[in-house]
Structures are given as C-alpha cells and as structure tokens.
Design a binder for this molecule. Structure first.
Ligand code: PRP
Ligand code: URA
Length: 212
C-alpha cells in the first residue's frame, strides 16, 4: 500500500471475520445491519487512537491521582446519507456524547456524480473534530463532495472512515483532500464498469434498508 499513503486498513481479525460475513450474498438485512454496526465499532477504536487528551484530577477511594479525558469540543460523526447512517450507532457506542451532522448525497447512477440533497452540522465547526462515515468508497466522488462541503462550513480536522474502499476512490480522496486521514476495513481490487466495488458487497444502502 506504499502508493496509497493516506490509507490505513484496519485489518484486525474480528474486522476481517465480520467483513466476510457482510460481503456474503446470503447475509440477510437484519444481520447485515448488525454487522455494519459491529465492524464500525471495532474500527472506531482504532480510528480514534489519535484523539487529543488532557489530564484530569481523579479522587479514588484511596488517594488523588491523575487520569485522562478526551480534550476539546465534542466530536462530530457525519454519516453520508443514506448508507452512512448504518455506521452512526457503532461510533456512538464508543463515544456516546458525540454530535451527529448529516450530509445527504446520492450518486447519479448514469454519471456516477454525487448530488447533494441535505446538509446540517453543529456550529463552531472550526473547533471540532469530524469523522465522516460511509460504508463504501468507490469512485470517491461522494467522499470528496462531502468533505468539500464540510470544509466550506468551516471544518478543518476531518477523518474519513469506510468499510470497503476501491483503490480508485482512495487515490481520488488523496488528490482532492490530502489532509484527510482515511481508514478502511478492506481495500478491494477495483471498480467494475458500472462503478461498483469488486469483490465488494453490492449496494450498501439497499442491503442495509432492504430496498433491492
Ligand atoms: C453509495 C455509498 C457512497 C457512494 C460511493 O451511496 O454509500 O455514498 O455510493 O460511491 P462513490 O465513491 O462512487 O461516490 P449511494 O449514492 O448509492 O446512495 P445511498 O447511500 O442512498 O444508497
Ligand atoms: N456504492 C455501493 O453501495 N456499492 C458499491 O460497490 C459502489 C458504490
């Protein structure tokens, strides 16, 4: 992965095991949803490793000591609608106080270009850490548009997390937003001729919400 320096693949055995189940065409909607949440939670543990901390005084039953807490304003999880919504609870399980912004983007299946239909994030974006979540990074069009929109609202510190990435999307994101760290559960082979990731897992939104 030396040609994809912005990418970290979270290749923990539990992530890999659950991803294999997620990919299977035999996995039904209920299990698919649960797996998306579980994989997100496992990945979030790694993705948040660099969050800034500050020291805090703690009084134990025995003495006063120094502990740590996450510093700064509340982190903002930003799902890219619709499929990104399936990942929100996985992050909230670890960071229950996080805020949630929303970017509504749908990929035009002809042009493969993302079209924005909704945008709402908390105020004071300049001072916050943002975590953009979307199961699939394919051409990278949706990710680049979501991040550009966040930056235009003032966001500066942005991390992107997906479950499955295509090399084409990883490169597009690095080119457009070299300052954004990218985490994926797996790096797949390529896009097919209609812009789907292969081997991939199909249409993440349809599989999450049973709209195939
Ligand atoms: C999917 C996926 C990403 C996007 C990836 O969403 O969840 O947002 O496609 O493709 P790209 O990298 O080529 O932009 P889709 O637009 O199908 O919408 P949905 O989540 O509502 O199903
Ligand atoms: N969006 C999906 O949901 N799956 C893909 O493979 C590509 C884009």
């Amino acid at each position: 992965m030396s040609d994809l320096p912005n990418l970290t693949v979270v290749d923990h055995p539990l992530v890999r095991h659950k991803l294999a189940l997620l990919r299977s065409v035999d996995t039904p909607t209920k299990l698919f949803r649960e797996l998306v949440q579980e994989i997100t939670m496992l990945m979030a543990y790694e993705v948040t490793r660099t969050l800034e901390e500050e020291e805090v005084e703690v009084v134990t039953p025995l003495e006063t000591t120094t502990g740590h807490r996450i510093a700064g304003k509340k982190l903002v999880i930003v799902p890219v609608l619709r499929a990104g919504l399936g990942m929100v609870d996985g992050v909230l399980r670890l960071i229950p106080g996080a805020r949630v912004g929303h970017v509504g983007l749908a990929r035009d299946e002809e042009s493969l270009q993302p079209v924005e239909y909704y945008f709402k994030v908390p105020s004071e974006a300049e001072a916050r850490q943002f975590l953009v979540v979307d199961p699939m990074l394919a051409t990278g069009g949706s990710a680049c548009a979501a991040i550009a929109r966040l930056k235009s609202s003032g966001a500066r510190a942005i991390t992107y997390m997906c479950l499955v990435a295509a090399p084409e999307g990883v490169r597009a994101l690095a080119e457009a937003h070299g300052d954004v760290a990218l985490f994926a559960g797996a790096l797949d082979r390529q896009l097919n001729d209609v812009g789907y990731i292969v081997p991939g897992l199909g249409d993440a939104g349809d599989r999450l919400y049973g709209t195939e």
